[in-house]
Design a protein around this ligand. Structure first.
Ligand SMILES: Nc1ncnc2c1ncn2[C@@H]1O[C@H](COP(=O)(O)OP(=O)(O)OP(=O)(O)O)[C@@H](O)[C@H]1O
Ligand SMILES: [Mg+2]
Length: 153
């Protein structure tokens, strides 16, 4: 499995991160999978919120809430359903299976997004039916974030 670095961004604010997510979302299609990793509070959910805004428009803000407690949030928007997972509390492949992740990847109207995939070390690329993008966010300073997006081939 090799990866191709697609883009690097420097974000200066939460709004910036959200906009970078919305801009990135333009290339996403049904069956694609996006993983997000980075330390607690790095801005993963903010980035996802930009993706949701791109597909679901401006109604119903805030666009994405952290699914840390619910594990999965579902956004049905037009002909696409964005399933937003958070694996922070998961440990095993069985946990990932039980929360409906693999069903989501196979759903013919779905785009799947998951925070904290590093919590369960499995070969995600094997399961994605469409393109697999990995988003890594690093905290540089108080409001500064480094965002790197890779396409995993
Ligand atoms: N440049 C920035 N980009 C994103 N968030 C920022 C930035 N600067 C400050 N923040 C703040 O950092 C927090 C990021 O929260 P968010 O829930 O998006 O992080 P997260 O990576 O999803 O956290 P978790 O690991 O708990 O899932 C928010 O409170 C946000 O206001
Ligand atoms: Mg989060």
């Amino acid at each position: 499995m090799s990866s191709l670095i697609l883009q690097k961004f420097e974000s200066a604010s939460p709004e910036d991160t959200e906009s970078i997510g919305a801009e990135f979302a333009k290339q996403l299609k049904i069956l694609d999978f996006v993983s997000l990793n980075g330390t607690l509070g790095a801005g993963k959910t903010k980035f996802v919120s930009g993706i949701i805004r791109f597909f679901c428009g401006n109604e119903g803000t805030p666009y994405a809430a952290s699914p840390t407690y619910s594990i999965m949030n579902i956004y049905k928007c037009g002909n696409i359903t964005v399933n937003h997972f958070d694996f922070y509390r998961l440990k095993t492949l069985q946990d990932v299976e039980n929360c409906g992740f693999f069903d989501s990847l196979e759903g013919l109207t779905n785009l799947t997004v998951a925070e904290w995939t590093d919590a369960v070390r499995i070969n995600y690329g094997r399961y994605a039916a469409g393109n697999y993008y990995s988003v890594k966010i690093k905290i540089n300073a108080k409001e500064k974030r480094h965002i790197e997006i890779e396409k995993i081939l």
